[in-house]
Each structure stands twice: as structure tokens, then as C-alpha cells.
Write a protein that binds this ligand. Structure first.
Ligand code: ZN
Length: 359
């Protein structure tokens, strides 16, 4: 069953609403938290890292912390654990997670209806699947947005679109360029709440401390698209001249990939997987330039690869249990987003027009 939560009000009120909605999941969130801590084992630097992260998030996004307090209150859940579970991209780094998400974007000149399109399949380890949640938020004083995120997370963990049509789709990248800064879910939320254009989002990303380890593919109603590869020290912006771009789980730019891409702990399958999914997207999108329409996009997001590197992921493919938990197709010019929960080959896309409130 599709899980979608509507939130409105100030940060604390939105958090409280979210917390109440996910209260039934708190034992499971706690179980996952304990399992992750066990897998990481003794790590004296972890407490310090979490403390430093908290300071940075509090300084740059007090609203995030206020919302987190609301979630903790509404869900009857410990605030500190909630913070660690929702701001802990660095934990993924320690656990070497990686095989997650395929994203692409094309500009208006390549589509049959003359509008830019962005698409993302969000993949997760199956044990995180029960946490998936779509959120439609109308924050007081900010822009309304739709997002794919995780139960309990006040941020935007999987990406989304705001009422102006600005779209942010993230992918995770294993990188050694990581440090104490804002994680991707906090940054995506801040962008959706306050930016209207790709240019504004890029300027914003350059102006704040970043944890790193991710890419943001951006698109707006003006028709601009860009990809930002984000690290702690460095950041690379790609404005694709050819009018299309892809991201899976490795960096493309020389600046980020040569110095920082860190697939050391990946299996051979995983190293090939991020490259293979990129190739699938690249070949298919190139082959359809000028004629790309919604049917093409849906087919591509439902693509199963006989070689085991699918865009639409299912357990049993590859050497770790990963599944597509959400698929999103963005039409920024109309502030319209299509979304499916679970692998899109099994679930229909629903449509939400963000300019017009709830469907
Ligand atoms: Zn499928």
C-alpha cells in the first residue's frame, strides 16, 4: 500500500505530525539502529563525529532540529538516536553501502513535448524498505514540496520537487572526501524549501559546509539541468552541453573521481554495477534523443537487465539484497511529479501537481 504523509505548519508541528504517522515503526527503527551500531562495532570516534554533526546541523538548519524534536515527540522516540539515524551518511561509509539509485535528466530539446524531464529510481537495502515514505509538505514560510524519504527523517533522503518545479534527485557515492558538514537529506530539504532555480541551488550548495559522498541532479521550470558532485572539500558542477546527464554511484568529473572515488570495499559486482547502469541509461537515452516521452521514461525506469544490472531492481540480482523502493519522474515546467512506490514494473505511477495542492 502506498504510504504518503501530508505535513503542514512550522518545523516542530510538521515533525509532530510525521512522528505520529510513523509511531508504529519505532521498534523497527530502533532495531535497525542497533544492528548498524553492532555492525560498525567499537568506534570511539563515532560519538565525537555525531556531536560535531549535531553542532553543524543546529547552526545551519535550526528548523531541521526543531522538526526532529517534533518527530521524536510524536513518535515517542529518543531524539539522539533519531538524529544519528537520520544524519548518518558517514555510517553508510563505514558499512560500505553503495549499490543504490539511478538518476538521469534531459533538457527540453530532447523530448517530444519540449519540456525537460528528470527521473530517479531510488534503491535501498531491503531491510530499509519498510521505512520508505512519500511526503507532501507545506512548511510555514517555505515552499511546498513532495519528497521520497525515510520514516522518522525530517529531511529529504531520496529527493523530490517543490512547487516552483525545482527538482533534486540524489545518488550516493563512496568517497574519501568526507567531513563534518550537512548531509544530503538536510541539504535537499533546505534547497526544496528555499530555492526556485538550479542556479540558486548551486549557489546555496557552494555556501554551506557539506558532509559529502553524494551527487545532486537538478532541474527547474526554466529548463536548466545540472549535476553537482558533492564532497567535503570540493564540489564539481556539470552543466551538460549535450543536454542530458546521468548519475549512478560513482563520480564522473576528474576533480572528484580521480582524487576521491573510493570503491575499495566494493565487491567486483558492485564496481561493475554502477558503471553498467550508467551505460544502460546512456545508450537508451542517446538512442531516443528528440523523441523522449513519458512512455519511454517509464519503460526505462522499468528496465530489467539480463546481465544483472537493472534500472528497476529486485532482490536476487547482484550480491546484496537491494530493491527499488520508489521511482519518480519529474516534469519541472509543470511542477508535476509522477511517483511509484516499490519497483515501477509492479506499481503504477501516480501524478501530483505541486502547483495545485493535494490531488
Ligand atoms: Zn522491476
Amino acid at each position: 500500500m502506498l504510504r504518503m504523509v501530508a505535513l503542514a505548519g512550522d518545523p516542530y508541528e510538521m515533525g509532530l505530525q510525521l512522528g505520529k504517522e510513523i509511531r508504529g515503526l519505532t521498534p523497527y527503527i530502533r532495531e535497525l539502529f542497533d544492528a548498524v551500531r553492532r555492525e560498525i562495532g567499537e568506534n570511539p570516534s563515532l560519538e565525537k563525529l555525531v556531536e560535531d554533526m549535531r553542532e553543524v546541523v543546529e547552526r545551519h538548519s535550526p528548523e531541521f532540529v526543531q522538526m526532529l524534536e517534533g518527530v521524536a515527540e510524536g513518535a515517542w522516540f529518543a531524539r539522539d538516536i533519531l538524529f544519528e539515524t537520520t544524519c548518518s551518511t558517514f555510517l553508510r561509509h563505514m558499512l560500505h553501502y553503495g549499490l543504490e539509485c539511478s538518476v538521469w535528466a534531459v533538457k527540453a530539446e530532447h523530448t517530444s513535448h519540449g519540456e525537460p524531464i528528470l527521473a530517479k529510481n531510488r534503491d535501498k537495502r531491503v531491510r530499509y524498505k519498510p521505512l520508505h515514505l512519500f511526503v507532501y509538505a507545506r512548511p510555514k514560510g517555505g515552499l511546498a514540496y513532495f519528497a521520497s524519504t525515510n520514516a522518522g527523517d525530517p529531511g529529504v533522503a531520496g529527493g523530490g520537487m517543490n512547487e516552483r518545479g525545482l527538482t533534486v534527485f540524489s545518488t550516493y557515492v563512496a568517497s574519501s572526501d568526507i567531513g563534518v558538514g550537512l548531509p544530503d537529506n538536510v541539504l535537499a530539504k533546505m534547497i526544496l524549501e528555499s530555492c526556485s532555480t538550479v542556479e540558486e541551488a548551486i549557489d546555496f550548495l557552494k555556501s554551506v559546509p557539506r558532509l559529502g559522498q553524494f551527487t545532486f541532479t537538478l532541474g527547474d521550470a526554466k529548463g536548466d539541468i545540472a549535476v553537482v558532485e558533492v564532497g567535503y572539500r570540493e564540489l564539481d558542477v556539470e552543466i551538460p552541453e549535450e543536454g542530458y546527464a546521468f548519475r549512478t554511484n560513482h563520480f564522473k568529473s576528474a576533480r572528484m573521481s580521480e582524487k576521491y572515488y573510493d570503491p575499495y570495499h566494493y565487491t567486483a559486482y558492485e564496481r561493475e554495477d554502477t558503471l553498467a547502469r550508467w551505460r544502460h541509461l546512456d545508450e537508451r537515452v542517446r538512442g531516443a534523443l528528440g523523441t523522449i516521452d513519458l512512455n519511454f521514461v517509464k519503460r526505462l525506469m522499468r528496465y530489467h537487465d539480463p546481465g544483472g544490472h537493472s534500472i528497476c531492481r529486485h532482490v536476487g540480482e547482484g550480491d546484496v539484497p537491494v530493491e527499488t523502493v520508489a521511482s519518480m519522474i519529474a516534469l519541472p515546467k509543470r511542477s508535476r511529479i509522477l511517483f511509484a512506490e516499490g519497483p515501477p514494473c509492479e506499481h503504477p505511477y501516480l501524478t501530483l501537481d505541486l502547483g495545485g495542492g493535494m490531488p
